[in-house]
Design a protein around this ligand. Structure first.
Ligand code: ZN
Ligand code: ZN
Length: 68
């Protein structure tokens, strides 16, 4: 699997778990600019890969696809 996470080098609020002051990762290949903490990114991608689903941006309501 191609590496699809990029380190944003910034701290802020994760859009999924709403944890504050976490290091944020953006997901490249998508069309949005949402960013999430590493744990949420990994959980989401691992789940998507395991189920052979299209991986979309984990942000609720965002339909940006992350894997082509
Ligand atoms: Zn999170
Ligand atoms: Zn998004």
């Amino acid at each position: 699997m191609e590496e699809s996470l990029t380190l944003q080098q910034e701290f802020g609020e994760c859009e999924i778990c709403l944890e504050t002051d976490v290091q944020l990762y953006g997901i490249t290949g998508g069309t949005c600019t949402h960013s999430f903490c590493l744990m949420c990114c990994t959980d989401h991608i691992v789940a998507g890969v395991r189920e052979f689903k299209d991986i979309k941006c984990p942000k609720m309501g965002c339909e940006a696809k992350l894997n082509g």
